[in-house]
Design a protein around this ligand. Structure first.
Ligand code: NAI
Length: 268
């Protein structure tokens, strides 16, 4: 399926994990992709290589999404194409502080750092790229698509830390505000993953602890699976495709049912 042929897409934080998977899947469906990284050039180049293998074009841009200068660099890259059809605000960070009752576990700076990337970053990116998203709309006649990578943390409060959950909750309400504010030229949606087996967890724990986490996710999700990046990307790209042309302001859980929890009364 080459349904993104001729479209220009930008995925922030696409050197690794979910961002890379979405970038490559967009390319497999024909999009030209602007790959963004903040630190690891070699990882970003690996994403670009995979995009090339899928028969699509890419450019790689180093930019910190939490700064206006970084978002200006993203805008400059998209300006070279004269339009932007798809913007995926995927870059995100966390601090692992899993005991949510321990209020000494997080500092003011932790909150500020997480908000800068997870909340302010997507806003600055949309601010910088709105004119190019509008241009794509004028040229194509269809609403351009913004997708924010949020989290189940932003709808349930569970997750790696209170600051992380609060930041993703803020991203979700920003999705609602901007879906209303940027219509009809631009659709804005969020995807809310549960667990994704990426370096996010792998860097935070040793191999044994990671394997235990996967087992416990498999045991506690209603669908009895632990998601990888491709499982999330397949659903997420629905929201930027024409199949979702009448969808805006939606927060889509892609979490194998984790947000449902288990009913103690349910027969298993
Ligand atoms: P990841 O760590 O591989 O991806 C995050 C990417 O964002 C990295 O490439 C990182 O370099 C980039 N990034 C961080 N700060 C940046 C900045 N200031 N400017 C530009 N890029 C920056 O981890 P993963 O799992 O692929 O995370 C992707 C998104 O998925 C994040 O927004 C995360 O909050 C979200 N998510 C992850 C879950 C998980 O279980 N791994 C669950 C739910 C949501």
């Amino acid at each position: 399926m080459r349904d993104f042929e001729g479209r220009i897409a930008l995925v922030t934080g696409s050197a690794t994990g979910l961002g890379r998977s979405m970038a490559v899947k967009l390319a497999e469906r024909g999009a030209t992709v602007i790959v963004n990284y903040s630190r690891s050039k070699s990882d970003a180049e690996e994403t670009a290589t995979e995009i090339g293998a899928a028969g699509a074009q890419s450019v790689v841009v180093k930019a910190d999404v939490s700064s206006p200068e970084g978002c200006a660099a993203l805008r400059d890259a998209a300006t070279a194409f004269g339009r932007l059809d798809i913007l995926i605000n995927n870059a995100g960070i966390t601090r692992h502080a899993r005991d949510h009752g321990d209020l000494d576990a997080l500092s003011k700076n932790d909150f500020m750092d997480l908000y800068a990337v997870n909340v302010v970053g997507p806003y600055l990116a949309m601010q910088a790229l709105k004119p190019l998203l509008q241009k794509a709309h004028e040229a194509s006649g269809r609403a351009s698509a913004v997708l924010n990578t949020s989290s189940i943390a932003g709808t349930t409060g569970i997750g790696s830390s209170v600051a992380y959950a609060a930041s993703k909750g803020a991203l979700n309400t920003m999705t609602l505000s901007l879906a209303r504010g940027l219509a009809p030229a631009i659709r804005v949606n969020s995807v809310c993953p549960g667990f994704i087996g990426t370096r996010w967890f792998k860097n935070a724990m040793d191999e044994e602890a990671f394997a235990k986490t996967v087992k416990s996710v498999e045991a506690t999700t209603p669908l009895n699976v632990a998601s990888g990046p491709d499982d999330i990307a397949d659903s997420a790209l629905f929201l930027v495709s024409d199949a979702a042309r009448h969808v805006t302001g939606e927060l889509l859980h892609v979490d194998a049912g984790l947000h449902l929890g288990f009913s103690p009364l349910a027969a298993r």
